[in-house]
Structure formats: structure tokens, C-alpha cells
Ligand binder design. Structure first.
Ligand SMILES: NC(=O)c1ccc[n+]([C@@H]2O[C@H](COP(=O)([O-])OP(=O)(O)OC[C@H]3O[C@@H](n4cnc5c(N)ncnc54)[C@H](O)[C@@H]3O)[C@@H](O)[C@H]2O)c1
Length: 326
């Protein structure tokens, strides 16, 4: 028997989670989370800090909000790729907090070990695997290890992704950058579906969540053609597979986040570019990985039971905007 004790409850008892000042729940909520007011002038120290969160701060950032209530994923096993950092890491905490056994995968061995140790330290059931989603054998192995460790796989979060500094327009983007970006972002997601969907069917059904981006919905004058094409392909893939598997108990949806305060763009864009980008976000701030993790939880859980083939946009208003309040 798995010895799971809800993280939020144990942390609250240890008084590690301060009470929310808005609703007095024992956790974080968007109103409480002071990091939400990040400005583009953050230094690279902040970027390091994004990666180096202590387990308690990561758990806190991931949010154990009582409005969700613990236990939405009790008895489920979730495999999360790109879980060594950003959205994936936050989602691992949130899913574990909600009762899932989590399999965290990343190509960065030390990052995935840190994430797995941190989840386990707080009472979650977690298996860490070092693997590269662009290698089909790695993806097949991670799915099979998840089934072996926890008996079955119900949730697949195809989240790993890269954005190369040299990714630009069609003329200037190096061929290697195009190939590598499509291999990780698009093929990695397709391999996840190839090996993950049969496992989810063996488990009796579940949810696949693919990570696209707002760049697949609107154009930009700062092109990154390889990244944008890979994210567009993920949306098409999601729709097609969702319809094909619609009567098999496998729901397949996509998340379309806007710019977030994670390593992916904070480490790549210079502060002037971040400053410019910020002006186009109607809500006037970058999103947080924890905010996307909550959307992933919605798609993973039965709260979204009548959703398949959808794209859930989490973008501070970008894709609805003609202009932005200045
Ligand atoms: N940050 C944003 O603004 C933003 C916006 C829209 C979509 N997204 C998407 O969200 C996803 C997560 O991004 P993030 O912001 O958390 O980035 P991040 O850089 O913080 O995390 C990505 C993780 O994926 C891992 N990874 C990269 N290549 C891998 C591979 N081949 N195999 C296994 N793991 C690999 C990295 O080691 C890293 O830990 C990505 O697919 C990204 O494209 C991000």
C-alpha cells in the first residue's frame, strides 16, 4: 500500500505554509502569491532562483489551495515530462498534492533528481527518470517504468520543450535548430502519445495534456519559426488524436500558455525584449508556472470530463487583445 499523506495538510500542520490573507486557506492563492508581480527588469539572479527553489518554496509556489481541495487525483498515476523545472516541476508538486503517484522525467539528471527528492520529502509517491523525449526508446521506457512502478498510467503531461536562442525567421534559423526544436517539442509529444495512449487505455482511460503555446494562435514580429511551428503541430496532433480516441476513454487536450516567468524565456530573452513583451500582456505581468500547473490539474482531473480536443489558453489576455492598457 502506498503511504500517501496529503502534502498540504502535513505542511499546514508543521506551519510551513502561511495562511492566505484573502480567504484564510492554509496555502497560496493568486492574491497571496507576491511573485505574481514580477517585472521584466529582473536580473539573471532571479533566473537562477527560478531553478534553485528550495522544496518548501516550490511546494508553496505550486499552491495547495483549499479551493481545489486535496484528492482530485487519488489513485491515479501521472507521467510528467520536463519536470526538472518550470511548469513540469510545479505540476509534479500539485499532482502529488492532489493524491497522484507521479513519474517525473527530464533530460537534466540533477534537476529531475532534485524534483523527485523534493516531492518524496513531502510525502508524495514519486519516481524520477532521466530521459530525452526526442528519443523514442527513452519515451517507451519511461512509460513502461511508470506502469511497472505504480501498476498503471492514467495521466500523461507532455510538457518538455525547448526554445533555442538562434530560432528566428525562415531565412536565418539554422537547420540544426529547426531539427532539434521539432524533435524535442513536436516529436517528443508525438512519441509520448504513441507510447502513452496504449498505456492509458490499459489503465481503463485517462487524460493526455500536451503543451502548446499562444504562439500557435497569433503571429509575432519577433519570429521563432521552429518553436512556433512545433507548437502549431502540437495543436493539430492534439485535435486529431482527441477525435480518434474520443470513445475509448482517453481525453486529449492542449494547454496554450502565454509568456511565463520560467527559465524558458527568462534565460533566453534580453531585458529589453522582456520589457517590450510585457507591454503586450493586458494583465501587465508574466504568468507563473504554478498558474499553468492549476490548468493542467483541471485537464487531468474529472473536472474536465466533457473536454477533449480543446486548447486551454492561459495568457493574461494576449490572444483576446487588439491593444493593451499601457
Ligand atoms: N515559459 C513560457 O513562457 C512558455 C509559454 C508557452 C509554452 N511553454 C511551454 O511549456 C513547456 C514547459 O516550459 P517551461 O517554461 O516550464 O520551461 P523550462 O525551461 O523551465 O522547463 C523545461 C524542462 O524541459 C526539460 N527538457 C528540455 N528538453 C528535454 C528533452 N529533450 N527531454 C526531456 N526533458 C527536456 C528541461 O531540462 C527543463 O527542465 C514547454 O513545452 C514550453 O514550450 C512555455
Amino acid at each position: 500500500m502506498r503511504n500517501f499523506f496529503p502534502i498540504s495538510y502535513s505542511l499546514y500542520r508543521k506551519k510551513l505554509i502561511p495562511k492566505c490573507t484573502v480567504c484564510h486557506c492554509a496555502s497560496s492563492c493568486p492574491s497571496y502569491n507576491s511573485t505574481a508581480s514580477f517585472s521584466a527588469s529582473s536580473s539573471s539572479d532571479d533566473d537562477d532562483d527560478l531553478e534553485q527553489k528550495t522544496p518548501s518554496s516550490v511546494s508553496y509556489m505550486a499552491g495547495s489551495h483549499s479551493h481545489y481541495g486535496p484528492g482530485k487525483l487519488i489513485g491515479k498515476t501521472a507521467l510528467i515530462t520536463g519536470a526538472g523545472s518550470g511548469i513540469g516541476r510545479h505540476t509534479a508538486f500539485l499532482f502529488a498534492q492532489e493524491g497522484a503517484s507521479v513519474v517525473v522525467v527530464d533530460k537534466n539528471m540533477s534537476a529531475v533528481a532534485r524534483a523527485a527528492d523534493a516531492v518524496k520529502e513531502f510525502g508524495g509517491s514519486c519516481l524520477g527518470i532521466c530521459g530525452d523525449v526526442s528519443i523514442p526508446e527513452d519515451v517507451e521506457a519511461m512509460v513502461s517504468k511508470a506502469e511497472k512502478a505504480f501498476g498503471s498510467l492514467h495521466i500523461l503531461f507532455n510538457n518538455a520543450g525547448i526554445l533555442d536562442k538562434l530560432d528566428h525567421d525562415a531565412v536565418d534559423t539554422p537547420i540544426e535548430v529547426i531539427d532539434k526544436t521539432l524533435a524535442v517539442n513536436f516529436k517528443g509529444t508525438l512519441y509520448g502519445c504513441k507510447y502513452g495512449i496504449p498505456a492509458i487505455k490499459r489503465a481503463g482511460g485517462g487524460s493526455v495534456i500536451n503543451v502548446s503555446s499562444t504562439v500557435s494562435l497569433v503571429g509575432s514580429s519577433s519570429p521563432k519559426v521552429a518553436y512556433t511551428s512545433s507548437k502549431g503541430a502540437i495543436l493539430s496532433l492534439t485535435r486529431e488524436l482527441a477525435i480518434f480516441h474520443a470513445r475509448e476513454g482517453v481525453r486529449i487536450n492542449a494547454l496554450c500558455p502565454g509568456p511565463l516567468r520560467t527559465n524558458l524565456i527568462m534565460q533566453h530573452l534580453k531585458s529589453e525584449k522582456l520589457e517590450r513583451l510585457l507591454k503586450f500582456i493586458p494583465m501587465g505581468r508574466f504568468g507563473e508556472a504554478a498558474e499553468v500547473a492549476k490548468a493542467a490539474l483541471f485537464l487531468a482531473s474529472s473536472d474536465s470530463s466533457f473536454m477533449t480536443g480543446s486548447s486551454l489558453v492561459i495568457d493574461g489576455g494576449i490572444t483576446s487583445a487588439f491593444d493593451s492598457p499601457s
